[in-house]
Design a protein around this ligand. Structure first.
Ligand code: NAP
Length: 222
C-alpha cells in the first residue's frame, strides 16, 4: 500500500487512475478545481486547487502534510487544450504553459522542499506526441507539453540519485475522456482507447518503479 498524488482526478484519465489506485487500497490525494466523481472515502483526500493560478504558495502543500508523510508516486495528469480557439496568441500560449507546465513545476518544487517527495518515488507524466512533433493547430498545447517533459527530465537529472526516482512519460494515444470526446475519425486514423486500460498501465508504473527514466508510447507499444 502506497501514498499517491494524482492531479486532475475529478474526471477523465486522472479519475480512472485514482479509482484504480483506490481499488488497490492505496491512499490517494487528488487536486482539481471541482470535486471528483467518486465518494471521498477514507483513503482519498481531495483538495480544491487551480494549477493555472500562480501564487497559491504553500497552502495546499501545508494541508497535504497533515495527511501524508511522503508520496510514493505522483501522477502529473492535468492539462488544458482549448480546441475551440486559435492557440496562436500569447494569451493562449500563457494559459497552456501556466496550467500544463508551470503549475506542475511549482507544485513539485514545493512538495520537494516540504519533504513530500518520497525517498523512492515514481513520477508518471501524461505526455503527448504533439510535444515532440509540434502542431499547426494546437501550438500552445504542444509547447506546454514539451516544456513539461523538459522540466521532469531535469528533475530526474537533478534528484534521481538522491531520491531513488523514476520518471515515466506516457503517451496514451487517443483516449475517450471529457477533454477528448469520441468523434468520427477519418479512415485510417487511430481510434479511441478506454481510460481504464491506460489507468492500469499507469498504476503499475506508479506502484512498481524500476529506478529509471523512460518514455512509453501506449499506442505503439500495445
Ligand atoms: N484524452 C486524450 O486523448 C489524451 C491524449 C494524449 C495525452 N493526453 C493527456 O492526458 C492527460 C489527461 O487528459 P484527459 O483527456 O483525461 O483530460 P480531461 O478530460 O480534460 O481532464 C482534465 C482533468 O484536469 C483537471 N483540470 C483542468 N484544468 C485544471 C486546472 N486549471 N487546475 C486543476 N485541475 C484542472 C480537470 O478537473 P477540474 O475541471 O475539476 O479542475 C480534470 O480532472 C492530459 O495531460 C492530456 O494532455 C490525453
Amino acid at each position: 500500500m502506497g501514498t499517491f498524488l494524482v492531479t486532475g482526478a475529478s474526471y477523465g484519465m486522472g479519475h480512472a487512475v485514482a479509482t484504480r489506485l483506490l481499488e488497490r487500497e492505496n491512499l490517494v490525494i487528488s487536486l482539481s478545481r471541482t470535486n471528483p466523481m467518486f465518494d471521498a472515502g477514507a483513503t482519498h483526500r481531495w483538495y480544491p486547487f487551480n494549477l493555472g493560478k500562480a501564487g497559491v504558495k504553500n497552502l495546499h502543500v501545508a494541508r497535504m502534510q497533515k495527511d501524508v508523510v511522503a508520496f510514493s508516486g505522483i501522477c502529473i495528469n492535468v492539462a488544458v487544450q482549448e480546441r475551440e480557439k486559435s492557440q496562436w496568441s500569447r494569451q493562449q500560449i500563457e494559459k497552456h504553459l501556466n496550467v500544463n507546465c508551470l503549475g506542475h513545476a511549482q507544485l513539485f518544487m514545493q512538495m520537494y522542499e516540504h519533504g513530500l517527495v518520497g525517498p523512492r518515488c515514481s513520477i508518471v507524466v501524461l505526455d503527448s506526441f504533439l510535444g515532440d512533433s509540434g502542431s499547426d493547430w494546437a501550438v500552445a498545447y504542444a509547447m506546454s507539453k514539451a516544456a513539461l517533459k523538459a522540466f521532469f527530465k531535469s528533475v530526474y537529472k537533478r534528484y534521481s540519485e538522491k531520491l531513488d526516482l523514476s520518471v515515466y512519460f506516457v503517451q496514451p494515444g487517443r483516449v475517450e475522456t471529457p477533454g477528448n470526446p469520441v468523434r468520427e475519425l477519418a479512415d485510417g486514423e487511430p481510434g479511441f482507447q478506454k481510460p481504464e486500460g491506460v489507468a492500469e498501465v499507469i498504476t503499475d508504473l506508479l506502484e512498481n518503479p524500476k529506478q529509471e527514466q523512460k518514455s512509453i508510447d501506449l499506442f505503439k507499444d500495445t
